[in-house]
Design a protein around this ligand. Structure first.
Ligand code: MLT
Length: 391
């Protein structure tokens, strides 16, 4: 056999695995030092009660002959797809149930969707960017071009008519920068995609952090998006499902007269056996009024953490964005340190773990990402350490 040599074009290890390895090594060498992890965007608050109750009763159902279920529909149970359809209505988006596909999370589908597109396509990604978009396309051998996101454009690049691309990635609120596109800016991307017969792969995993009612939660709030965009969302950050695993992907039927929707169904029914029934019942509970209330309390908790981090950075005049409509705070490393220098500096001196901006692309060099997903206690402790150390 011949291996897929495209794998030689990606780095040896995934960004967050590299960080975990470095932190483990430090921890082994310094067992007495308490490390505070504000690196990978993993939640710390437990699942809310209404979700746990739904998971429990679905487990009970699985233990009774009359209510036991085997294989479910690969695209998800209608009870959950309906709830998500109604959730979109709250953002004034009308979808059809069969445009919604349940998945085990946005990361998997963002990679898997590439099965539907020719490897001849040119991919446009902003830099800095969530590494999954780049790595999955590199694995498939697609040509990738970059559009600069930087302080000049407030990390929100807009389309450039001179650039020709077929597949465009947009993540808003953005990972890693926390920047959010407004409707007029997203409209420019939608118009560009429709004009160029391109597809936008829109990652809305952080939409639940948006508090300004004028900012779009979904690309489908933008006129014309249903003929050019596929949207990926997840309950990971919204409802603490990073370990529970459930997400959804919306493939509108207007794209190429329903062809993409049909192909995705075909792909999923062939390569995926669906999310477990029990998990889908837990996910369903997230979209009930009690579920929405409970997850909002958790989101508010993380937002308060972001505020605490932001205030500490302000105090030391460290340039930063994000944190307001996002769990991520994107900051400029002090004293012109590189991203990895600042990573080592924080780990060695104050035992705080963040994510080096350069891990997200060349424009991330000199920047650093902190998350608000830590516990309140750890966030305060980390800020106290920073406050003392940065003096
Ligand atoms: C991150 O830290 O960027 C995220 O946790 C990655 C992810 O959601 O896969």
């Amino acid at each position: 056999m011949n291996i897929n040599t495209n794998y030689q074009n990606i780095s040896d290890s995934y960004l967050f695995s590299t960080i975990a390895k470095k932190v483990n090594e430090f921890s082994k060498a310094n067992p007495d030092k308490e490390i505070i992890k504000l690196g990978i965007g993993d939640v710390t608050l437990p699942l809310c009660k209404v979700v746990v109750n739904a998971l429990k009763s679905a487990s009970e159902e699985m233990g009774v002959k009359e209510t036991f279920r085997g294989y479910g529909p690969e695209q998800g149970y209608d009870f959950l797809r309906e709830k998500i359809r109604t959730y979109y209505n709250t953002h004034n988006v009308e979808l059809e149930t069969d445009e919604i596909f349940i998945s085990d999370g946005a990361k998997s589908d963002l990679g898997n969707i590439l099965d539907l597109f020719s490897t001849d396509n040119t991919v446009l990604v902003p830099d800095p960017v969530y590494p999954v978009y780049v790595d999955t396309n590199t694995m498939a051998g697609r040509k990738i071009i970059y559009i600069d996101a930087n302080a000049q454009n407030e990390f929100l690049p807009l389309p450039d008519e001179s650039i020709k691309a077929d597949i465009i990635y947009i993540c808003s609120p953005n990972n890693p920068t926390g920047a959010v596109y407004n409707k007029a800016q997203l409209k420019q991307w939608v118009d560009y995609a429709n004009k160029n017969n391109a597809v936008i792969l829109f990652d809305s995993a952080y939409e639940c952090f948006i508090t300004d009612e004028n900012l779009p939660h979904s690309i489908f709030e933008i006129e014309g998006a249903k003929s050019c965009a596929v949207e990926f969302c997840s309950l990971s950050k919204m409802a603490g499902f990073t370990g529970t695993r459930c997400g959804y992907t919306v493939v509108p039927k207007q794209i190429q007269n329903g062809l993409l929707n049909k192909m995705w169904l075909r792909r999923q029914t062939t390569k995926f056996n669906g999310v477990p029934y029990i998990i889908q019942r837990g996910a369903e509970a997230v979209f009930t009024p009690e579920g929405q209330k409970e997850i909002q309390e958790n989101l508010n908790y993380y937002k308060e953490n972001a505020k605490i981090i932001s205030q500490t950075l302000d105090k030391h005049n460290i340039w930063h964005i994000g944190g307001k409509h996002s769990p991520y705070i994107w900051l400029k490393c002090p004293d012109n340190m590189t991203s990895w220098e600042f990573f080592d500096y924080l780990l060695e001196n104050v035992q705080i773990v963040g994510t080096p901006g350069s891990g997200f692309g060349k424009n991330g060099e000199g920047y650093f990402r902190l998350t608000s997903f830590g516990s309140r206690e750890n966030t305060i402790k980390a800020c106290e350490r920073l406050d003392k150390f940065l003096k």
